[in-house]
Design a protein around this ligand. Structure first.
Ligand code: SF4
Length: 726
């Protein structure tokens, strides 16, 4: 026996009494981890574990996934439909028939009085692809409102817009396997270890086998920046300037892939003329990165045999988010880094099925990346659904961020929110509250009755959550994963698919269209509608997806395993099959710190929580590690203001104020602070959210604030409860 072995106190893993493990896919982020939920003898979910044979996560889960089974019986779940006449009355329980009759009647009444677009729908990135498609059928083919949008507008709209402008279509070209091949990784505005821990682990695994430079561009010294070979602490909101300067150096020094540019792109001349203005010295004065570093990064990137760029909200949530994505695509097009192993642009998506909504929900168009603006696309879908093509509008309606102002002005009278929580997620909380109070009718469909936005609803519909139902999610790398049904829906909650189908029956137009009842029958419609297109599902089925632990589209009928990368042949989705190099003049149009509001306010995530904490805020193990909102502040700046570590500070912007606990850290510059966005009545009381002109995505990450010491938490709580700045 080895010395001391019998003296050790080994960790004991509690026996949870699991008698069966059921396969499914994680329902939080877009990484798409395969997960097994353990059921005990009574059929209760008591454990979660990663699936070893799944390519995405190879047995790993992050903190959220490990405790995901606790969601099924977590506090705040909705048990039965609720109704009331006015939002400040008490709710009364209702039957599903009564609640759905009421919703259908209110929609019809508002549309008859004020026109079809006076009723708006805003959905999510959380429900299954089959549910998104069915909701789109209901919204576009039955209810007929054009003011229908999803959570994409707060999250990935800039990526969608940038892909479309550069490549002619949405659809991330790369995949996680690119980490295994790349010779240079550039990450912009992505704190991968906290936002997407399992993708980060895939990157680390690749780095353990083979060294390659990792360059992180972020105003804050994030966890990712700490492990990087180079960290570029960029001035907030100036990504386009830096990207133009990198392109300037590459073209100036002849480091571009001239053959690729000539064969596969348009617009090279205009692009070269524009970036000629962004020499490193001029750029350094705007973006805060010195000219030597700009030159070094440009050379490293261009001279790598293959280089890739990943990004998240640091790029997207900006007044020029779409331009930032186009700038990344420009960089990869001039260096020939699209469609080859290790050479790509790869947006790291947020919600578990943010991709599914982009593909199939019809929010921004029609199913399968079809456009309302294209007559043939309208005809394809109208014929398949069996309705008149003229029922569809000829261009998309309002984005989510324009729907709320349209409520303010009285253009929109009714709203249906599905698994989304604007009272916490939208910028300028006070303005959103006022908007919701103004609605004639608000229906909230959510797994949680205590979601903040439900305080303003007239009808609440309790939805089943995650693996209480079945269907598919698409992850960041276009992999379609299966969510199998693990347990029954909680109490009297129902699957979103069932709710959409039941509501459709209550409209005359809904009785003209076929609404399949099972997710697999809906999936057959997706296969049919995508056959032969870039977004091709025709070779997939629920059974094949489960057997392979996910399949990446395009997957044609003849294809067994799907496709890892797009544009490998250099043919893009614009009409002439070429990608576009697009000149991006920098427009400095955001709020900036000044004498009155001298600090940059940056927002982001923590690893323990997901979005507005509707789910993770209910789980003890996650709250234990991250129970309260806080602000990261530089110690030097704090000292000048008499603010102490662990004390409280009040932030004030031109919109409102919030009081938070202070963590002193050199992660943030003396003129910047950072607050996680997950907490209600916190950072979005002060955020501005100016909109990107292409994607209409808000600039959550750049606002100007002033800061002062706050006396105590009690004062803070009192002031947070009473302060309403409009
Ligand atoms: Fe779930 Fe994302 Fe964590 Fe994977 S990384 S377990 S998908 S939250």
């Amino acid at each position: 026996m080895l010395f001391g072995r019998n003296k050790k106190n080994p960790i004991k893993i509690a026996d949870k009494g699991v008698v069966e493990w059921k396969y499914t896919t994680c329902g939080y982020c877009s990484t798409g981890c395969s997960i097994e939920v353990g059921l005990d003898k009574a059929g209760e979910a008591v454990a979660s574990r990663g699936v070893g044979g799944a390519d995405v996560n190879r047995g790993k889960l992050c903190l959220k996934g490990i405790f995901e089974h606790e969601l099924f019986r977590s506090a705040g779940r909705g048990k039965t439909p609720l109704m009331r006449d006015r939002y400040f009355d008490d709710f009364k329980e209702a039957s599903w028939d009564t609640a759905l009759d009421k919703v259908a009647a209110e929609i019809s009444s508002i549309q008859q009085q004020h026109g079809p677009d006076a009723f708006a729908i805003v959905s999510t990135g959380q429900i299954m692809t089959e549910e998104f498609y069915t909701l789109g059928k209901l919204a576009r083919g039955v209810i007929g409102t054009n003011n229908y949008d999803g959570n994409t507008t707060l999250c990935m709209a800039s990526a969608v817009s940038g892909y479309k402008r550069s490549f002619g279509s949405d659809g991330p070209p790369g995949c996680y396997d690119d980490f295994e091949h790349t010779e240079c990784l550039l990450a912009i505005g992505s704190n991968l270890p906290e936002q997407h821990p399992v993708i980060y682990w895939r990157l680390k695994q690749a780095l353990e086998k083979r060294r390659f430079p990792v360059i992180v561009i972020d105003p804050r010294v994030t966890m990712f920046a700490q492990m990087a070979d180079m960290h570029l602490p960029i001035t907030p909101g100036t990504d386009v300037v830096l990207l133009n300067a990198l392109a300037h150096v590459i073209l100036d020094e002849g480091l571009e892939d001239r053959a690729y540019i000539e064969a596969h792109t348009d617009g090279a001349q205009e692009f070269a003329a524009l970036v000629a203005e962004y020499d490193p010295l001029t750029a350094s004065r705007i973006c805060g990165i010195d000219e030597d570093t700009i030159r070094n990064v440009a050379r490293i990137y261009a001279k790598s045999g293959s280089a890739m760029t990943i990004w998240t909200m640091g790029i997207n949530q900006s007044t020029h988010g779409s331009d930032g994505v186009v700038g990344i695509n420009n960089l990869n097009l001039i260096t020939g880094n699209i469609g080859k192993p290790g050479g790509t642009s790869l947006s790291i998506t947020g919600q578990c099925n943010a991709m599914g909504t982009r593909e199939w929900s019809s929010c921004s168009g029609l199913p399968g990346y079809r456009l309302l603006e294209k007559q043939q696309d309208r005809k394809d879908i109208a014929d398949f659904w069996g309705i008149d093509e003229e029922f569809f509008p000829k261009k998309r309606g309002l984005f989510q961020t324009d729907i709320f102002p349209a409520i303010e002005t009285g253009q929109i009278k009714g709203l249906w929110l599905i698994a989304t929580n604007p009272m916490t997620s939208m910028p300028n909380t006070a303005r959103i509250r006022k908007t919701l109070e103004k609605l004639d009718f608000l229906v909230v469909q959510d797994a949680y009755a205590d979601v903040e936005t439900n305080e303003y609803s007239h009808v609440y519909l309790p939805a089943a959550i995650w693996a209480e139902k079945e269907g598919c999610f698409t992850n960041t790398e276009r992999r379609v994963n299966l969510i199998s049904n693990v347990v029954k829906p909680y109490e009297n909650s129902k699957a979103d698919l069932w709710i959409f189908n039941q509501l459709a029956k209550r409209f005359e137009q809904g009785r003209k269209i076929r609404f399949p009842e099972s997710a697999s029958a809906v999936f057959d419609e997706l296969r049919h509608l995508s056959k032969g297109r870039m977004l091709d599902y025709s070779g997939m089925s629920h059974q094949k997806i489960k057997a392979q632990r996910g399949i990446q589209w395009p997957c044609s009928e003849a294809d067994e395993t799907g496709t890892a990368r797009l544009y490998t042949d250099g043919k893009f989705q614009h009409e002439n099959a070429k990608a576009r190099l697009i000149a991006l003049p920098f427009v400095d149009n955001n709020e900036r710190p000044d004498e009155d509001y001298p600090f940059w306010l940056n927002t982001g995530r923590v690893v323990e929580h997901f979005h507005t904490r509707t789910r993770t805020g209910k789980l003890g193990n996650l709250n234990k590690f991250s129970p309260t909102p806080y602000m990261e502040m530089n110690p030097d700046a704090a000292r000048e203001l008499g603010i102490h570590h662990g004390g409280y500070a009040r932030l004030t912007s031109r919109r409102g104020d919030a009081v938070v606990m202070v963590q002193l850290t050199h992660r943030v510059a003396p003129n910047s602070v950072f607050i996680p966005f997950h907490f209600h009545e916190c950072v979005n009381r002060i955020s501005l959210g100016l909109l990107d002109p292409h994607s209409r995505q808000p600039a959550f990450k750049q606002a100007a604030v002033k800061i002062e010491a706050a006396a105590s938490q009690a004062v803070a709580a009192k002031n947070n409860a009473t302060s309403r700045t409009y």
